[in-house]
Design a protein around this ligand. Structure first.
Ligand code: 26Y
Length: 818
């Protein structure tokens, strides 16, 4: 039954009530901040009844439930999305009329919920939107970090990190649910006991427990009445644990233990590619896995008791990378130690419930946890992992008798350089589905990283090419284009993005193309304002906007981008501007605080930007800016205003990319390598409408054999000039030699990212893009085609595939696998 929509008057009254009464602000103090809070509370009121009805519907209909376990949910802002999904935008505008504040301004009061690093975290957020829109009963489980992704400042060209205090003013979107508190054990030891039937059983005793308190955030579907839940856990000390300490008189110890417990959910680890192996991170992972699984089991037991027949038919747990993978062992522990199941029964259930998504091929990002750390923190879990491994290695031995080497390679336990648990192996062994996030990535998993697992269990492996939600990433962030599209083909595309293909014929319609580019121009003005406000650099919206925003990582090759910028600068200095297209280059992204090379690349970008900004001649043709603190809200302004999207990773390294999809939807053309989802983007839009360059994945592997960067530099005078500027200290006059490590990396025969190998071809593709941009009609046509063929990259498509192939696969198929 549809919940009736409130009238403008209702929302206005609710707004006033919250402003006057809930927040007690009277009507004299129209502070924008309190107005935002009041609006958020008024909108939340609208969500609450739909939320309860959704929960009741699921309880009644008992559909199969999916739990999406992720250490990261990069949600960004909520107000606009909630208003749009509830179709309350007009009412909100009307309600604001008395307050001399427009909705857009009010929305900027909200701080981003930045509970993630980058792609993987934002993917989880897009997935939640699609699940609610497709009315799939999916609960997101994550951690309520008190400090999310750090705030990035640029000081003298260097990145400086500041804490992200997103909860400072409270969070109107969350509802604390203390009655659903769970208890998560740590430390202690394992004792062997016998049950009344004389069977050996193990008990984990002497644990130091931490409470997990859930905070629920509503996730509304698009114009339907479904409101799903994102449940975030906060760590809290247990009461008795404090009492004991108090009674023994060690007050300060009690307090420090309390803070130790609460440390667990204090901060998001800001590494997105290399594992630091910190014990606190493992505590976070186990905390999330245990609390969430207890939550799932609690609901089952409260309805069905301890009979777990049919559990796997009613539950799937999707593991967002290996980060929550300890869930495999934890589900075994809960079922056996807490609920009395035998190993076989528990295992059948576990391996037909868990599904694992891999997001990276980079060896340094593959998680391993040292056995000694495990033993200390989670002794019972280590026991269980050993047993899983022993049984698994028997399967391997049966399949490949006598092949001890293979057992060693496949083992969940790595022996050298130190004994450690390989989380990816645990995930594959414990899951009925293993998926990559783009076609190439899945192929590389099957043929490379996990080839031997693929040989053992080919049926587990599948591809789910990523997508992004077209609500946030087109309809909401680009109202100009949304209205133009809707006027042209109706509004069905917002739920079914494949309908965008109806725009294909309009690529040859001059009037449509003109309007399309008018919208782009207005969006470029908005982006130029953002850039000017944050950096002081003035972008001219009639120039080409060339943008690369993403985490800073060597494999993503922001260095290649800035080398090209230097080559343009060099050309201008030499007066070689006859055929040049003026362009504004925008680069943004955060570096992991411990990633020295990435931070140095930020410094180089800033110094190059600074040098160019000082050079009047260069400024006739070229503007360069580094946008500080790139985040979800910044992307909502950036992707609508971009002409050229930089997707230039070393082939075979970027699992998928999702920024590439956001740019495409908003009519940017891509310059890119054949990597991740770029390949599928190029297939969709056609090779003529994509600026391709660089080595392919297999060529990267070949070229590496005897790679000689110097040879590429010598072959290209342009490259020589760039290296000369770099080496002469032109961009580091006051800090001589600071960029030497970059020069060394670039020119080393061991450079894994092969930047030098792709430079010349990249410049050629850039030249082609610049040339094309001069032909306004041609560019417009290609831009329209990019939007028109982006339908496949909706996360609705991705999620329907997860639903059909993984989550709602027939139970027989699930059983067959287990
Ligand atoms: C283990 C820890 C250091 C770690 C923490 C975060 C490792 C990795 C990550 C995050 C990885 C990530 O964001 N991967 C990206 O996932 C996207 C969604 O699938 C892909 O589009 C993108 O190519 C991939 O780099």
């Amino acid at each position: 039954m549809a919940t009736s929509k409130p009238s403008a008057l209702d929302l206005k009254q609710d707004l006033k009530r919250h402003f006057d009464l809930t927040l007690g602000r009277g009507d004299t103090n129209y502070s924008r901040h309190y107005l935002y809070q009041s609006m958020a509370l008024a909108v939340r009121d609208q969500l609450v009844s739909r939320w309860r009805e959704t929960r009741e519907r699921y309880r009644r209909e008992e559909p199969k439930r999916v739990s999406y376990l992720s250490l990261e949910f990069l949600m960004g802002r909520t107000l606009h999305n909630a208003l749009a999904n509830l179709d309350l935008e007009d009412q909100a505008r009307a309600a604001l009329q008395d307050y001399a504040c427009d909705l857009e301004t009010l929305e900027t009061e909200e701080l981003d919920a930045g509970l993630g690093n980058g792609g993987l975290g934002r993917l989880a957020a897009c997935f939640l939107d699609s699940c609610a829109t497709l009315e799939i009963p999916v609960t997101g489980y994550g951690i309520r970090y008190q400090f999310g992704m750090f705030h990035q400042k640029i000081v003298d060209g260097y990145q400086q990190e500041a804490p992200d205090q997103w909860l400072r003013d409270g969070n109107p979107w969350e509802v604390e649910s203390p009655e659903n508190t769970r208890r998560v054990p740590f430390f202690g030891r394992v004792v062997v006991e016998h049950d009344p039937q004389g069977r050996e059983c193990r008990r984990w005793v002497g644990t130091e427990d931490v409470l997990a308190i859930p905070y629920d955030i509503p996730v509304p579907g698009y114009n339907n009445d479904t409101v799903n839940t994102l449940r975030l856990w906060k760590a809290s000390a247990t009461e008795e644990f404090n009492l004991g300490e108090f009674n023994s008189g060690s007050y300060t110890d009690a307090v420090s233990k309390k803070t130790e417990a609460e440390q667990i959910t204090m901060v998001l680890y800001p590494n997105d590619a290399s594992e630091a192996g910190k014990v606190l991170r493992l505590r976070q992972q186990y905390f999330l896995a245990s609390a969430s699984l207890q939550d799932i089991l609690h609901r089952w037991i409260s309805r069905k008791g301890h009979d777990f027949t049919g559990f796997a038919e009613k539950h799937a747990v999707q593991l967002n990378d290996t980060h929550p993978t300890i869930a495999v062992a934890e589900l075994m522990r809960l079922l056996m130690d807490e609920h009395g199941l035998g190993w076989q029964e528990a295992w059948a259930l576990t391996e037909s419930t868990m599904a694992y998504t891999n997001h990276t091929l980079l060896p340094e990002a593959l998680e391993t946890w040292s056995v000694s750390l495990f033993e200390h923190l989670l002794p019972r879990l280590l026991d269980i992992i050993y047993e899983i491994n022993a049984r698994f290695l028997q399967v391997v031995a049966q399949r490949w008798p006598g092949d001890v080497d293979k057992q060693r390679r496949l083992s969940i336990i790595q022996e050298t350089p130190e004994r450690a648990v390989r989380m990816a192996h645990l995930a594959i062994v414990g899951s009925y589905s293993v998926n990559g996030v783009a076609a190439l990535h899945t192929d590389l998993l099957k043929q490379g990283l996990f080839a031997e697992f693929y040989a053992l269990w080919p049926h587990k492996f599948n591809n789910k090419t990523n997508g992004v939600t077209p609500r946030r990433w087109l309809a909401n962030c680009n109202p100009g284009l949304r209205d133009l599209i809707t006027e042209t083909i109706g509004d069905g595309w917002i739920r079914d993005l494949s309908q965008l293909d109806q725009l294909v014929p309009y690529a040859d319609d001059t009037a449509f193309c003109e309007r399309f580019m008018d919208v782009k121009y207005a969006n470029k003005q908005a982006l130029a304002t953002l850039v000017a406000n944050k950096t002081g650099i003035e972008f001219d919206p009639s120039w080409m906007f060339d943008v690369q925003v993403k985490r800073i990582h060597e494999y993503k090759r922001q260095l290649l981008n800035i080398l090209h910028v230097i080559s343009l600068y060099d050309r201008i200095r030499k007066g070689d501007t006859a055929s040049m297209t003026p362009r504004c280059v925008l680069i943004g992204g955060k570096a992991a605080p411990g990633y020295v090379m990435a931070k140095l690349i930020i410094k180089l970008i800033n110094n190059v930007a600074h040098t160019i900004a000082q050079d009047e001649q260069a400024n006739q043709w070229l503007k360069v800016a580094f946008l500080p603190n790139y985040n979800v809200s910044a992307m909502e302004i950036i992707c609508p205003g971009t002409d050229l999207s930089e997707q230039i990773s070393t082939a075979g390294k970027e699992a998928s990319g999702t920024g590439n999809m956001k740019f495409m939807m908003n009519g940017a053309l891509t310059i890119g390598t054949l990597d991740g989802a770029n390949i599928e983007i190029r297939d969709a839009v056609g090779a003529d409408n994509f600026f391709l360059f660089g080595l392919e994945a297999h060529e990267v592997a070949q070229t590496r054999q005897n790679y000689n960067p110097q040879q590429y530099i010598e072959a290209d005078p342009n490259f020589q000039a760039v290296m000369h500027l770099l080496q002469s200290g032109h961009f580091s006059l006051f800090e001589p030699g600071i960029f030497d490590p970059i020069i060394a990396a670039l020119t080393a025969s061991t450079d894994p990212w092969m930047t030098a190998a792709d430079f010349s071809d990249y410049c050629k593709a850039q030249e082609q893009a610049a040339c094309t941009y001069k032909d306004k009609t041609q560019w417009a046509r290609m831009a329209v085609l990019n939007t028109a063929t982006s339908g496949r990259f909706s996360s609705d498509r991705t999620i329907s595939e997860y639903r059909d192939d993984i989550w709602y696969r027939a139970p027989e198929a699930v059983r067959k696998v287990s």
